[in-house]
Design a protein around this ligand. Sequence first.
Ligand SMILES: [Zn+2]
Length: 169
Amino acid sequence: MNKKNKIDNLCNHPDCEMAGEFRAPKNYQNLNDYQWFCLEHIKEFNKKWNYHLKMDADQIETDLRFDTIWRRPTTSFGSGRRFYDFTINGEDMGSFENPSKSTNQSNKLLLSLSELNLDINTDIKLIKKRYKELAKLHHPDVKGNSKKSIDKFRKIVEAYNYLLDRYKK
Ligand SMILES: [Zn+2]
């Protein structure tokens, strides 16, 4: 049994404190049982998964369901601005882009703080605490997969990851 529970909103990789924003199936047998990873670790998972997918191709009934729950890497994976198309139940939710790219940094800081209802004098402990509260509230596993709730969850996740980076050390 994993020590992290199903909806703790953090990356499922041991020792990783980033937000778990990318959903992945736990195994081939039960594609509806999810775990969550940060961008770095979803890439790692994706690599392993594809490897096993190739090895076990005939054991997999269909990759249709796989497609519906997986945020698939685009063709520009790793090279362009766009990392993942975000698809849930076949509906395109837009794409996840590197948040630091287009937004001015101090603006980004203020937006991220306000997204988590924090002020500039916050610290890493409070950021984590607030993130867990909000992410639990707005988690797609709780709120459902509507575009509106996904957008809200993604904003919280982006804010958290940004602040985690800004305030650590
Ligand atoms: Zn991670």
